[in-house]
Design a binder for this molecule. Structure first.
Ligand code: IMP
Length: 197
């Protein structure tokens, strides 16, 4: 199957490609005249609602259902910091652009409770149907940025099952084995090919 990932984030496409490659599925980023699409994000508290809106927009961009060998995925994710009441949550993208990772570290200076979680919602559309898959990755906010891998908040996020490294200090495969997106995409894989009894 060819999976068209409608996103402007190449990091997400790389992660999905590595997850689906062993199953023989290819993942391609959707480009319109060589450009990644920009979604208009609804003002919403929920990443699930944003994901559904992204899928509606993706179907319009693609002008309807693709052939049966092709599926579409979109995804929305967010970083929810416990001591900030879940901030930045659905505003993660905006906050990354405005405050940056240094801004988050500054807000959290002296904060003893550094617990946080990443959440991801993936929408998968194939043969006229859309299914939703969710993933969560608990962790903590580091005291400083570390690592060059991944993207977004990875240099300040230490997953709970990590040995202390941030997600940006892990390979893509390692990050995906424990990440919010990895969990959601692995649920999608189970849905596509449930294990035989
Ligand atoms: P969106 O899902 O592309 O809208 O991403 C929301 C925000 O979360 C952006 O600032 C992304 O950079 C960030 N983000 C999403 N997924 C990840 C991840 O796996 N690691 C680090 N940051 C992420």
């Amino acid at each position: 199957m060819k999976i068209v990932f409608v996103t402007s984030n190449k990091g997400k496409v790389l992660e999905a490609s590595e997850i689906f490659a062993p199953l023989g599925h290819t993942v391609e980023q959707f480009l319109d005249n060589g450009e990644a699409p920009e979604f208009s994000e609804p003002q919403s508290d929920g990443i699930e609602e944003v994901t559904i809106s992204k899928m509606e927009q993706a179907l319009m961009m693609l002008e309807g259902d693709p052939d049966e060998e092709t599926a579409i995925i979109v995804e929305d994710a967010g970083l929810f910091i416990d001591s900030l009441g879940g901030f930045p949550g659905p505003y993660s993208s905006y906050v990354e652009g405005k405050l940056g990772l240094d801004g988050i570290l500054k807000i959290m200076e002296g904060d003893g409770n550094r617990s946080a979680e990443f959440r991801a919602v993936v929408a998968f559309h194939h043969l006229g149907h859309t299914n939703i898959f969710r993933g969560v990755c608990r962790g903590t906010i580091a005291h400083e940025k570390r690592g060059r891998g991944g993207f977004g908040y990875d240099p300040i996020f230490v997953p709970s099952s990590s040995d202390g490294r941030t997600s940006a200090e892990m390979s893509t495969v390692e990050k995906s084995s424990i990440s919010h997106r990895g969990e959601a995409l692995n649920k999608l894989i189970q849905f596509l090919a449930p294990p035989s009894m």
